[in-house]
Design a protein around this ligand. Structure first.
Ligand code: UT7
Length: 324
C-alpha cells in the first residue's frame, strides 16, 4: 500500500475589478493588438485597495474546504505559494489559518515565484506521505499588481491578481499510476538565471518590495525547453506516455509558451487548459485557478490524469502528475 494525497476539494477567487488591455492602453503606450497577439492576454483581475493576498487566499480556501466537506478544524497543514505576501513576515498562511479557524494546523508560505503552487503541492504531499499530516490545504495566491512598475509596458501588461486552492486528503493506494492522488512531483531550480527575472527590492537589499524586472525573450526561451523537459520527467517517473494525459494544466504566462510546450509533448491543444486570456499571469495562483475552472466546467473528471507545470523566477520550474 502507498499513501496518496487525493484532491478532495478545489476553490478559486478573483478580485472583482477587471482591467482590460484597452484600459491599460489609456495610460501607457501599448495596445490590445500587441498584448493579445504576443501573449494571448486580454484582461486581468486587480485586487481592490485594502484587499490583500491573505484575503484572496482565504476566499479560495473556504470554497475548497466547503467542496471537500471539511472545515478549518480538519486541516493539519496549510502551505501557501506566494511571492506577494501581505507582510514580509509572518507568513500569509498563518493569516489564512486564523481566518478559517484551522487551529491545530501548522502554516507557512513557499516562495518559488510562478512555480509556487507546484512547490507547495509537493511540500504538502510529502507531509502526507510521511504521515505528518492527513488533510492539507494548498493555496496559490498573489496580488502581483502590487509588484509592478505601471510605467514599464514590457512587464505591467503581463500580470494579474487571484487565488486558487485545493484540499488534499490521505488515502491508501496500490502504488500504481492508476491510484487517485498525486503520483509524483518534480522540482528544479537554477539560481544562475537570477538576472533574467527578479524584483529589484527586498527587506535585506533596500527595505522595499521592489518591482518586477524581466528579460522577456530570454525567459521565454528557457521556459519552452525546461517545461517540456520536466513534463517528460513526470511521465517517465510514472511509466506513462503523452497519450495517457487527459489534461495539461500549465502555469499561465504566455499563450505562445503554452502552445509550444503542448506541441513539444505531442499533446493536442484541446487537452490544455487555458485561462491566460482572462487572468493574465497570476504567478503562483495561475495553476489552481485554471484547475478550478476546468473542474467546474466539467472538463477535469474523477480518474483523469492531470499534468501541471510551471516556471518562474529563480529560476524555479516544476511539474506534478495527479490522478484526479
Ligand atoms: O511566469 C514566468 C515568467 N514570465 C514569462 O514566462 C514571460 C516570458 N516572455 C514573454 O512572454 C515575452 O517575451 C513577452 C510577452 C514578455 C515579450 O514578447 P516578445 O515577443 O519577446 O517581445 P520583445 O520583448 O522582443 O519586444 C518586441 C517589441 C519591442 O520593440 P522594438 O524594440 O522591437 O521596437 C518592445 O519595446 O515590442 C515592444 N513592446 C511593446 N509594445 C507594445 C514590449 N512591450 C510592449 C507592450 N506594448 N506592452
Amino acid at each position: 500500500m502507498t499513501r496518496r494525497s487525493v484532491v478532495v476539494g478545489h476553490g478559486a477567487y478573483l478580485p472583482e475589478k477587471i482591467l482590460t488591455n484597452n484600459d491599460i492602453s489609456k495610460f501607457i503606450d501599448t495596445s490590445d493588438e500587441w498584448i493579445a497577439g504576443r501573449t494571448g492576454i486580454r484582461e486581468r483581475h486587480i485586487a481592490a485597495e485594502g484587499e490583500l493576498t491573505s484575503h484572496l487566499a482565504t476566499k479560495a480556501a473556504e470554497q475548497a474546504l466547503a467542496r471537500a466537506g471539511m472545515t478549518g478544524a480538519d486541516i493539519d497543514v496549510i502551505v501557501l505559494g506566494t511571492t506577494t505576501p501581505d507582510e514580509t513576515f509572518p507568513a500569509a498562511a498563518t493569516k489564512v489559518q486564523m481566518a478559517i479557524g484551522a487551529d491545530h494546523a501548522f502554516a507557512f508560505d513557499v516562495q518559488a515565484a510562478c512555480s509556487g503552487f507546484v512547490y507547495a503541492l509537493a511540500m504538502a504531499d510529502n507531509f502526507i506521505r510521511l504521515g505528518q499530516a492527513r488533510n492539507a490545504l494548498v493555496i496559490g495566491a498573489e496580488t502581483f499588481s502590487r509588484l509592478l512598475d505601471w510605467n514599464d509596458r514590457t512587464t505591467c501588461v503581463l500580470f494579474g491578481d487571484g487565488a486558487g486552492a485545493v484540499v488534499l486528503r490521505a488515502e491508501e493506494g496500490n502504488g500504481t499510476s492508476d491510484d487517485r492522488g498525486i503520483l509524483s512531483t518534480h522540482l528544479h531550480s537554477d539560481g544562475r538565471q537570477h538576472d533574467l527575472l527578479y524584483a529589484d527590492g527586498g527587506p535585506s537589499l533596500n527595505q522595499q518590495a521592489g518591482v518586477v524586472r524581466m528579460q522577456g525573450q530570454e525567459v521565454f526561451r528557457h521556459a519552452v525547453t525546461r517545461l517540456s523537459g520536466v513534463l517528460h520527467e513526470a511521465l517517465e517517473a510514472n511509466g506513462l506516455a503523452p497519450e495517457d494525459v487527459d489534461w495539461l494544466v500549465p502555469h499561465q504566462a504566455n499563450r505562445r509558451i503554452l502552445e509550444s510546450t503542448a506541441k513539444k509533448l505531442g499533446l493536442p491543444i484541446e487537452k490544455m487548459v487555458v485561462t491566460v486570456d482572462k487572468h493574465a499571469n497570476t504567478s503562483a495562483a495561475s495553476i489552481p485557478l485554471a484547475l478550478a475552472q476546468a473542474v467546474d466546467d466539467g472538463r477535469i473528471k474523477r480518474g483523469d490524469l492531470v499534468l501541471m507545470e510551471a516556471m518562474g523566477a529563480g529560476f524555479t520550474w516544476a511539474a506534478a502528475a495527479v490522478r484526479w
